[in-house]
Design a protein around this ligand. Sequence first.
Ligand SMILES: C[S@@+](CC[C@H](N)C(=O)[O-])C[C@H]1O[C@@H](n2cnc3c(N)ncnc32)[C@H](O)[C@@H]1O
Length: 239
Amino acid sequence: MIAKSLPSYELIGVGVGPGIPQLMTLQAIDILKSADIIIAPTADPGTEGRAELTVKALLPDLLIHRVLIEIGVDPTNSYSECAKTICGWLDDQRQVAFITLGDPNVFSTFTSISSAVLEYRPETLIASAPGIMAFQYLASATNTVLLDNKETLALVTAIQDLDCVSMAMESNFDTIVVYKGGKYFRQIADLMEASDLDASFVTGELMGLEGERIDKPSRLSAKDYSYLSTMIIKLTHTP
Ligand SMILES: C[S@@+](CC[C@H](N)C(=O)[O-])C[C@H]1O[C@@H](n2cnc3c(N)ncnc32)[C@H](O)[C@@H]1O
């Protein structure tokens, strides 16, 4: 048996998976059990965030500190405030674990928070523990093969427009994963229909959470999709 070892860290980003407690890694659980301080980002300090809910389902007795990250405005201030608080704990020799949905190195607040911490405290030892990502879960839940042979995958966002999606389509990627683009899913479907590409897609909203909606057929349901939605597009290119 391989001896288990936890990463060395002062501040660690811990991926807790897409929101399904069983998909948290054993390493994540071990880190959270041993960390001195656990913090979770939230847009509303009065409510448990999704990462917190996921952790609490397995480790109900853990004390989790919520840090306010204001969405919709420039979050730089929130990052600085959060970083100052974290630096206080680090100066007191306490190990801090920051929980985040999915993986901490993919579109995660952890990147901004750890950068802000390094500005105040450049010597901080930062580490991360990987987590299963939403699109991996969606692929599994819909029996979608993400990649095979020489196929290529693009992971893009559609926050304010479809530029990245169009770029990936024009660049002949075989699989395109769209994050943060729920409000554009209908437009993306139209875009694919209007193109001469042979495309199919699956969508997953609030996966693992209350209100989960996973649509396997290549037709979108009439209801709009929220921010916490993921789309996988498969394109078949004819040689
Ligand atoms: C800020 S990013 C976080 C990505 C995360 N770090 C990861 O590795 O999957 C948020 C986006 O991830 C996707 N996402 C994360 N969790 C999800 C879930 N439970 N259900 C559906 N989509 C999810 C959505 O596209 C959402 O807009």
